[in-house]
Design a binder for this molecule. Structure first.
Ligand code: ATP
Ligand code: MG
Length: 403
């Protein structure tokens, strides 16, 4: 593969960890190049911090031995796929051996290792995803990905239908990379092939789909990519709950940092079953629960009533979920910014009394204990959490003694 220019100031140039890594490679005769996001960012002049991916021209066992010989910690994160991870100064470097496809079925590929850079480039998906850069910044760009990146054009390497037949996930990746790097219009042959394949995406695994979808939603302005997906029919199977980007726009205008799961919640129809969606997309239990609360209508947020009502809301939902609900509630009136600041900065106190205190007052264990403590809690919240333990105990006692 011939060099195709160079990066003026590769972001890894003065990185001592990169120096350590390449010293180990060079004493073992391993060729290594940066690939993927870091190279794209460097070309675009964006300085997003991301974990470096490198391609290497020797099998993973050789790479592991070379790193161990140089006393670099190495974790066999995906030996079968040719990936090991070097950890230097606590930072991970993902190292993947050059590969070619041996067998594909639209869902997963059987790969073989190779030492041929062009073969490796040929199995990548889009022209700007087959950009490699040496340690010194020398670029390799076999499909002129640089022009496509500059033009905001997501272009398949080779024939789009063929590449999608090898791996249907590439349909979703087409829109993911469009969300991040694309400018209208969408590449004609690419979008046409995606549309033709929209009906066969159901055989993909939920995890892979979710990963692409959430990564897409993390882009600075993902609305156009989503709209294009809907238009091409590619969300029909995986996200029938999709309800448009109106709330997404409002959310993006409000959020302090992008959160893909919250953004996902913003495009779902009211009443979406978060559990069913979580199962389909193989979300973690925690993610599904969070979605469930974000989509719930109860308890309703009361943002009109000022800090006292905000504190009660934060207490009930927890700081993060309250902030989620607030950011998603485009009808929230009142000073939602102040409410959000409170959710970020205020730590709700703990109720200073418990069931044990009711028992100490002579009450028998049973449902009345829980009911009384709940009543004290309501009173304590209603008093804006000002009552201390003594006051709460007094109130509890008064209720216990009440007829
Ligand atoms: P980001 O860091 O934003 O996720 P990335 O380019 O690193 O972007 P990954 O999904 O991590 O994207 O994939 C790394 C590289 O592996 C891609 O740049 C691409 O060259 C190749 N790749 C990943 N998935 C596929 C696929 N399904 N088909 C072909 N090539 C792929
Ligand atoms: Mg990556």
């Amino acid at each position: 593969m011939k060099p195709a220019g160079r990066l003026e100031a590769p972001p890894w140039r003065d990185d001592p960890a990169v120096g350590t890594l390449f010293a180990a490679f060079s004493s073992a005769g391993i060729g290594a190049r940066f690939v993927g996001g870091l190279v794209r960012d460097a070309l675009l002049g964006v300085a997003e911090s991301r974990e470096p991916d490198l391609a290497v021209d020797k099998p993973p066992e050789t790479v592991m031995r070379a790193l161990e010989a140089a006393s670099i910690k190495v974790v066999p994160t995906g030996l079968k796929h040719g990936t090991v991870t070097a950890i230097i100064a606590g930072r991970p470097f993902e190292l993947t051996t050059l590969r070619r496809d041996v067998e594909t079925d639209g869902r997963r590929a059987v790969v073989a290792f190779t030492d041929d850079w062009l073969e490796d480039a040929n199995r990548r998906d889009f022209t700007f995803n087959a950009l490699y850069a040496d340690r010194d910044g020398t670029l390799y760009d076999p499909f002129d990905g640089r022009s496509d990146l500059a033009a905001g054009r997501v272009r398949f390497i080779g024939d789009a239908d063929t590449r999608i037949a090898e791996d249907r996930l590439r349909v979703l990746r087409f829109f993911r990379f469009y969300a991040w790097y694309g400018r209208p219009p969408l590449d004609g042959p690419g979008i046409d092939a995606c549309r033709r394949n929209a009906g066969v995406l159901g055989s993909l695994s939920g995890e892979r789909v979710a990963k692409e979808l959430l990564r897409l939603l993390e882009a600075p302005a993902p609305a156009d990519a989503l709209a294009a997906m809907v238009e091409a029919g590619v969300l029909d199977h995986w996200l029938p709950e999709y309800a448009g980007v109106a709330r997404l726009g409002a959310l993006i205008g409000r959020e302090d940092r992008p959160d893909p799961l919250r953004r996902l919640a913003s495009v779902l129809a009211p009443g979406t079953d978060a559990t069913a969606l979580g199962k389909r997309l193989k979300l973690s239990t925690q993610q599904a629960l969070r979605l469930d609360v974000m989509l719930a209508r109860e308890p309703a947020l009361d943002t009109t009533d000022g800090p006292k009502a905000w504190r009660a809301g934060i207490y009930h939902l927890g700081n993060n979920l309250y902030a989620d609900r607030l950011l998603l509630d485009i009808e929230a009136s009142g000073d939602w910014r102040a409410a959000l600041a409170l959710a970020r900065n205020w730590t709700p106190p703990e109720l200073p009394v418990s069931g044990g205190d009711a028992l100490a007052l002579g009450l028998a264990p049973g449902p009345r204990v829980g009911a009384l403590i709940a009543a004290v809690e309501r009173w304590w919240i209603d008093g804006d959490f000002t009552a201390d333990r003594a006051a709460c105990l007094a109130h509890l006692e008064q209720r216990v003694r009440a007829p």
